[in-house]
Each structure stands twice: as structure tokens, then as C-alpha cells.
Design a protein around this ligand. Structure first.
Ligand SMILES: NC(=O)C1=CN([C@@H]2O[C@H](COP(=O)(O)OP(=O)(O)OC[C@H]3O[C@@H](n4cnc5c(N)ncnc54)[C@H](O)[C@@H]3O)[C@@H](O)[C@H]2O)C=CC1
Ligand SMILES: N[C@@H](CC=O)C(=O)O
Ligand code: NA
Length: 429
């Protein structure tokens, strides 16, 4: 058997402890599969004396993860500290400077600094791998990088934030408003320390930016992801969408268009009967479409100790087996600076608006849409005990600029109360 791969694990929280558990309990199987032992030599965390449900006594301890990354008895640094700067970034940089391969679950770090870190690693012939960073246990990074390497990728889609999917599902199932379900999710410990990372779509946007880079050979461009969170999704929209056969999902979509890379993470309507529509609770789904393979749908746990550690182990095993892949599927120095296509291509839209309840109000709204070249597919008006009339319109395919022009014109009609809600209906056929 070959020499062992010696791991230094920085961060012993949910994921770090999970990785230690798998490496410890499955040592024999891992060694057989990799053809060499996988050994932990050193670990680091903020607090040494804490019960993590694992025996850390066989490993050297470092208070400072940067020192761990410089140790001579470490070949591969596993960064599980988290955060887009500070100790996580210094640890990865130190590992690369000291000639160590790196495995990380840190989507924020890679979405913001992935290009520079991958270039630094690859310039030294090192690996920097991140399966756990996107949709946790779902092996979507490997599917895209390896399994679909022969395809032109036509579209990448996904529900990649379990917390948001939990909130939207629970709002629908229990008929509860956003604020109540947000508080519940918080009490259950679902939310990140900074909840806007989840509900603002930022965490899912980081993940989409990483997948888009692999899919389209472009530099990671998180700033280019058009982000909209779920904070404004109301129980009314969830109910009306359901009435019309749709579910509301925080959906990420990336595709290369003639105008450049379109990447967006926003609440969308999807058919209730589609796999995305049927994704309930804190589960994730990644949909990959390739010209040769067609559509691949992967569903599973996007977070949690076991699923995330499983993905970290996949990267460790890849490196241990001697497979040396570029971070983003091709050398980082060859990734193109992508052009951004800000508005998505034409699509049907769901519009909800409150109108004053007087003759001709609906006609004025319809003519704003008509003047912008937008055709109406379906329209519904709901019971309204008060003097405002809630109206739902589903349009035929329309470009977002035309829709925005129609909404601007509606504001001038004097029949609109408040701002309309416009949600894209994502076409899945
Ligand atoms: N928890 C999950 O389900 C998932 C987590 N991830 C990512 O995995 C990474 C780790 O996440 P968790 O395990 O949940 O975090 P956590 O907060 O449970 O653990 C973080 C660990 O880093 C250590 N740490 C923090 N600052 C440190 C410092 N200055 N020096 C030394 N150690 C320090 C902490 O002591 C702790 O052991 C993050 O990048 C996260 O985004 C990715 C997918 C899912
Ligand atoms: N906050 C994330 C955790 C994993 O990345 C989520 O809710 O999916
Ligand atoms: Na993954």
C-alpha cells in the first residue's frame, strides 16, 4: 500500500466533526478504496475542550489553523472554518503557500476569491476542491466536472438553500405568513448566523456562481448573479400560485445566452407537478441540462453533518486516488471573464396587483400589458370584501424589460394600489 494521505482539519464544528467521524470509523474501507490510508494528523478549532462526540486525542492540536496549514506532517488541508475572509482565507492561502492540497466546504470564500485561490493552487500543481460547498451531499460539482465533461451545458438550475425551501414549504403547508415561519426556522437552528445569507438568496447565489463557472468555463462571478431573496414572498402569492398549479421556489438558473452569461437566484413559479415543484422541506435539488445527456435531476440533503461530510470525503478520496482535477473543471488561468446578461430571456410571468374596485380598472391594466406587447394567458379576480380588488395575471412569454415598462405604465393609471408583485414562471420543458 502507498504512503498515507495526512490530513490537517481546520474547523471542528458540524462539518469538521462529521469528517473526523467518517475518517475514523471507516478507515479500512477508505484505505482499500484509495489504495492508501487516509489519516488525520492534526486538527484546529477555536475551543479545544469541547465534547464533539469524537476522540481527538490521537491528533496533534493547533490553536491557529494557519499553523496547521504549515505543518510538515500534513499533506492535505481540509478547511471547515467558514467565512469569506479571516481565518478561512488565511488558512487556504497558507496551505497553498506551503504546497498542500486543499478541500473546503466554503462557498462564500470560493464565490468571492475562488479565481485567485484556484490560480495560486494550480500554479503550484495543487488541488483545491469544493464538492461540499454546493448543495452539500449532492455530488453536483463532480457530476458537472466529470460526468458531464463531454456536454455543452445548456442550463444549470437548482434549489440550493434548504432553509429557504423549508420556509416556503412551511408557509404553504401551514398557511403561515413569512415572519412567523422565519421565526420558527430560527428556533430550529436552520438559519445562518447572518440570516440574510439564507433568505436574501446570497448563500444560494454563491453556489450558483460556482456551478456556472464550471458549466461555462467562466471566472466565478458572484457579483454577476442577479439576486432576489424570499423576504417579499407573501402567503397570498403562495396560495394564488398553488391555485394556478404552481409552487414558489427560490430558484437559481444559469445559462449562456447570445448576450452573455445569465445567472439569477430569485423566487420563481415552477409547475407543482415538476420535480422542482415537488421538492419539499429543507432538501436541495440540482438540475443539469447537457446537449448530449439531456436533463439530469439530483435531489438530496444540502446541509447537515453527515451529508456535508460525505461530500468532503468525496474530494479527499479523489485526491488520495491520485486524480488531480482543476478547481473549476479547466485550468483557472484559461477561464474567460464572462459577459453578463442581466435580464433573463422571455418567459411567462405571474403578476399580482391590488386595484381600486371601480369600472374600467381591469381594462386599464390589460391595456398597459397590451401596449407593452404582452399577451395575457390567464386572469383571475378574487373575492374582495373591501374596496380593493386583488387580481392575478399570468402572461404569455414576455421579456422582463417589456414587463417593467408595463408595470411603470400601470403606476400612471391611478387604479393600482401599491406595487405589483411580478414572479417569473420558469419553463421546465
Ligand atoms: N453546516 C452545514 O450543513 C454546511 C456547512 N457548509 C460550510 O462548511 C463550513 C463549516 O461549517 P460548519 O461546520 O457548519 O461551521 P461551524 O460554525 O459549526 O464550525 C466552524 C468551526 O471553525 C472553528 N473556527 C472558527 N473560527 C476559528 C478560528 N479563528 N481558528 C480556529 N478555528 C476556528 C470553530 O471553532 C468551529 O470548530 C462553512 O464554510 C459552511 O459554509 C457547507 C454546507 C453545509
Ligand atoms: N444555510 C444553508 C446551509 C448549507 O449550505 C442552507 O440552508 O442550505
Ligand atoms: Na455537493
Amino acid at each position: 500500500m502507498s504512503d498515507p494521505v495526512r490530513l490537517g482539519i481546520a474547523g471542528l464544528g458540524t462539518v469538521g466533526a462529521g469528517v473526523v467521524k467518517i475518517v475514523t470509523k471507516r478507515a479500512e474501507t477508505l484505505a482499500a478504496r484509495a489504495g492508501r490510508p487516509i489519516q488525520i494528523t492534526a486538527v484546529s478549532a477555536r475551543t479545544r475542550d469541547k465534547d464533539r462526540g469524537v476522540d481527538l486525542s490521537p491528533f496533534a492540536w493547533e490553536d491557529d489553523p494557519v499553523a496547521l496549514a504549515a505543518r510538515d506532517d500534513v499533506d492535505l488541508v481540509v478547511e471547515l472554518v467558514g467565512g469569506d475572509s479571516g481565518p478561512a482565507k488565511s488558512t487556504v492561502e497558507a496551505a497553498i503557500a506551503n504546497g498542500k492540497d486543499v478541500v473546503t466546504a466554503n462557498k462564500a470564500l470560493l464565490a468571492l476569491h475562488g479565481q485567485a485561490l484556484a490560480e495560486a493552487a494550480e500554479a503550484k500543481g495543487l488541488c483545491l476542491r469544493f464538492e461540499a460547498a454546493v448543495a452539500g451531499g449532492i455530488p453536483c460539482v463532480k457530476a458537472l466536472t466529470e460526468g458531464l465533461a463531454g456536454n455543452r451545458i445548456e442550463r444549470v438550475m437548482g434549489v440550493m438553500n434548504g432553509t429557504c425551501n423549508y420556509i416556503l414549504t412551511r408557509m404553504e403547508d401551514a398557511g403561515l405568513p413569512y415572519d412567523t415561519v422565519f421565526a420558527e426556522a430560527n428556533a430550529l437552528g436552520y438559519l445562518e448566523a447572518d440570516p440574510t445569507l439564507d433568505v436574501g438568496g446570497i448563500d444560494a447565489g454563491h453556489k450558483l456562481a460556482l456551478l456556472a463557472s464550471i458549466a461555462y468555463g467562466t471566472r466565478v462571478d458572484f457579483e454577476g448573479v442577479k439576486l432576489e431573496g424570499i423576504e417579499r414572498v407573501s402567503i397570498a402569492d403562495i396560495r394564488h400560485a398553488a391555485d394556478m398549479g404552481f409552487k414558489v421556489k427560490l430558484l437559481g438558473v444559469a445559462q449562456m445566452t447570445g448576450r452573455g452569461l445569465e445567472a439569477r437566484m430569485s423566487p420563481c413559479l415552477v409547475p407543482a407537478s415538476s420535480p422542482l415543484g415537488q421538492l419539499d422541506g429543507a432538501t436541495n435539488m440540482v438540475v443539469l441540462e447537457g446537449d448530449a445527456v439531456g436533463r439530469i435531476v439530483m435531489r438530496g440533503a444540502g446541509a447537515g453533518e453527515g451529508p456535508t461530510a460525505s461530500a468532503v470525503l468525496a474530494d479527499i478520496m479523489e485526491i488520495a486516488r491520485g486524480t488531480r482535477l482543476s478547481t473549476f473543471g479547466q485550468p483557472a488561468s484559461t477561464l474567460k471573464a464572462g459577459t453578463r446578461a442581466h435580464s433573463g430571456g422571455p418567459s411567462p410571468y405571474y403578476l399580482r396587483m391590488d386595484l381600486v374596485d371601480k369600472p374600467g380598472a381591469l381594462a386599464k391594466i390589460a391595456s398597459c400589458l397590451g401596449d407593452a406587447g404582452i399577451s395575457i394567458d390567464r386572469m383571475r379576480q378574487y373575492d374582495h370584501p373591501e374596496s380593493t380588488a386583488p387580481v392575478i395575471v399570468v402572461t404569455h412569454k414576455a421579456g422582463r424589460p417589456s414587463l417593467d415598462a408595463a408595470i411603470e405604465a400601470m403606476a400612471e393609471t391611478g387604479v393600482l394600489i401599491g406595487e405589483p408583485v411580478a414572479l417569473r414562471i420558469e419553463q421546465l420543458d
